[in-house]
Design a binder for this molecule. Structure first.
Ligand code: FES
Length: 566
């Protein structure tokens, strides 16, 4: 037998001695020889006092262990980095690849026959799956589940779409200091991931579509008993995986990624889903390009009526039947023969689903929210390597728009000047913010949701066309072009825009153009001074990040980690 405790022995030049030493140490934990002879199910522990989204991870771990032991395996928990959106300076995206490296190397280093990846908050599951693809050891994903819905003044609330809506009302003078404080205490009523179709929910739904988690895993609320039951079932399945796969390379084929994009588009998912899926596929044998997202998006309607594209919350999506029910509507668009972590195909996995009479969250194909997918990919002289817009969360009247550019040099510049009463800005202008990309900020902050200038917000302006090389939270809404590639900091055309230039967006034609002739742009290019390397990026992880992070159209992975492709 070469699995279990005999796997990946520390090298002392004598394998039997290495095993002898390993067993001597591990017996300090009180394990019996019987326990140590079993296949080992590794379980990632991403609990952290700084990660409230993962507040139920200790209970989930117990349930996974129970399932693994009931199936005859030995569960062993190991810690990895945990990243929460609000507790990750400068950004969680800056740390995603570090978590991927940590997780990959621990999966590789430890004697695991299979691994349960417990994650959920935005960057965690993508990091774990990137790691699992590279380590290619049998793996199954267990999302922590969405938080419950909150209530304020008789209305349902969900982090964080409503965080932004309420803050916008407060900025616009429509919500008092006292009320915004009360809302602050109601927005996040339980542990679990954001309760709207933000990045965490998007990625969890994509995991089901990719066949990497059990049916129903995406939507069961974090605090429900069913969440513990699916954790137990995940542990059981992980024990079976420990005796011979399938491995991520068997499951995550071109068809699985196709299904993930169909899901992303049909749920009106987060634009971050594009970046993360590109990063995951970049680790695989079948990398994707941005065009694939647009291609599938044109054929895939948005069917899930959830904020920020619609009205409801994850809890309601679950009550309506969740992802397995949604996939019944999408069958003709999905590759149903794709392999599934359960052992059969996606078709087998979704054969059982719940039909909920009268539900309105999952629309039938005859009554979609929008006829096309939520996310469109733009091309043009302002974004030669692409840009992304969440058209399902945009204002229809701005999807074809031309206006005067108002340029901010950075997130700081925007923050300093956006509310200046003297700011020369009008409702039809196009707000441009640059140097907020993967290298520029660094870490591509979710600053793309540029606030409406206060003087316009106070007049009731709720949306304007905004363009940047930043990302945006999946919970946000508005006519916002993101992920402009190449970014300004590495010399992309966004660096050449000047206030007063004209910019034209045409989502139908998938184009984003800077209406300045090429001769003038070339002149500006020659005169441009590239930004200096900041002092704090001269050493350590920040230096590694700056020197190796790829652009958004490649998923912002490190070039040396996406080596399979290269
Ligand atoms: Fe963790 Fe939204 S902050 S999922």
């Amino acid at each position: 037998m070469t699995g279990g405790m005999r796997k990946g022995l520390t090298s002392y030049g004598d394998a039997d001695f290495s095993l002898f030493l390993r067993k001597a140490f591990i017996k300090a934990m009180g394990y019996s020889d019987d326990a140590l002879e079993r296949p080992i199910v590794g379980i990632t522990d991403t609990a952290s006092d700084f990660n409230p989204c993962h507040g139920n991870v200790p209970q989930l771990i117990e349930a996974v262990k129970r399932g693994a032991m009931l199936a005859g395996a030995m569960p062993m928990v190991f810690p990895t980095i945990s990243i929460h959106e609000s507790f990750a300076f400068p950004t969680s995206m800056f740390l995603r690849n570090l978590m991927a490296m940590d997780t990959e190397e621990m999966i590789r280093a430890l004697p695991l026959d299979s691994v349960v990846l417990i994650g959920g908050c935005d960057k965690t599951t993508p990091a774990q799956v990137m790691a699992a693809i590279s380590a290619d050891r049998p793996a199954i994903v267990l999302p922590v589940g969405p938080m419950l819905v909150g209530h304020f003044r008789g209305e349902a609330l969900g982090a964080c779409t409503d965080c932004r809506q309420l803050w916008g009302d407060h900025r616009g003078g429509r919500l008092s200091d006292g009320d915004i404080e009360m809302a602050n205490a109601r927005l996040v009523p339980s542990v679990g991931t954001c309760g709207v179709m933000g990045t965490a929910s998007t990625v969890a739904c994509m995991m089901e579509a990719m066949g990497l988690s059990l049916p129903g895993a995406a939507t069961i609320p974090a605090t429900h008993a069913d969440r513990l039951r699916i954790a137990e079932a995940t542990g059981r399945r992980a024990a079976q995986l420990a005796s011979g796969g399938p491995k991520p390379s068997d499951i995550l084929t071109r068809d699985a990624f196709h299904n993930a994009i169909v899901m992303l588009q049909a749920i009106g998912g987060s634009t971050n889903g594009v970046v993360h899926l590109l990063a995951m596929t970049g680790r695989s044998a079948t990398p994707l390009t941005l065009d694939k997202f647009d291609d599938i998006g044109r054929r895939t309607p948005v069917l899930v009526d959830l904020k920020p594209s619609g009205d409801h919350y994850m809890e309601h999506f679950h009550q309506a039947g969740g992802v397995p029910r949604l996939m019944q509507e999408l069958k003709d668009l999905l590759k149903l023969d794709a392999a599934h972590v359960m052992g059969g195909t996606l078709r087998d996995a979704i054969a059982t689903f719940e039909e909920v009479p009268g539900q309105t969250v999952i629309r039938p194909r005859t009554a979609p929210l929008t006829g096309e997918g939520g996310i469109a990919i733009l091309r043009g002289n302002l974004c030669p390597r692409g840009a992304v817009i969440k058209q399902s969360a945009a204002s229809k009247k701005l999807l074809q728009h031309e206006g005067r550019a108002l340029v901010f040099e950075s997130v700081e510049d925007m923050t300093t000047r956006i509310d200046d009463p003297a700011l020369d800005v009008a409702e039809n202008d196009v707000i441009v913010m640059r140097n907020a990309g993967p290298v520029g900020a660094p870490g591509m902050p979710e600053a793309g949701y540029i606030p409406i200038p206060k003087k316009l917000a106070q007049k009731g302006v709720k949306d304007m066309l905004r363009i940047s090389d930043a990302r945006m939270s999946g919970t946000a809404f508005g006519t916002i072009v993101l992920h402009v590639a190449p970014e300004a900091a590495v010399g992309g055309p966004l660096a050449l825009v000047q206030s007063g230039d004209r910019i034209r967006l045409d989502v139908k034609a998938r184009s984003l153009e800077l209406l300045v002739d090429e001769g003038e742009l070339e002149k500006r290019r020659r005169e441009r001074t590239p930004p200096a390397v900041p002092d704090d990026a001269r050493r350590g992880y920040a230096r590694l990040y700056r020197e190796h992070v790829q652009q958004a159209d490649e998923g912002c992975d490190f070039d040396f980690l996406a080596a399979v492709r290269n």
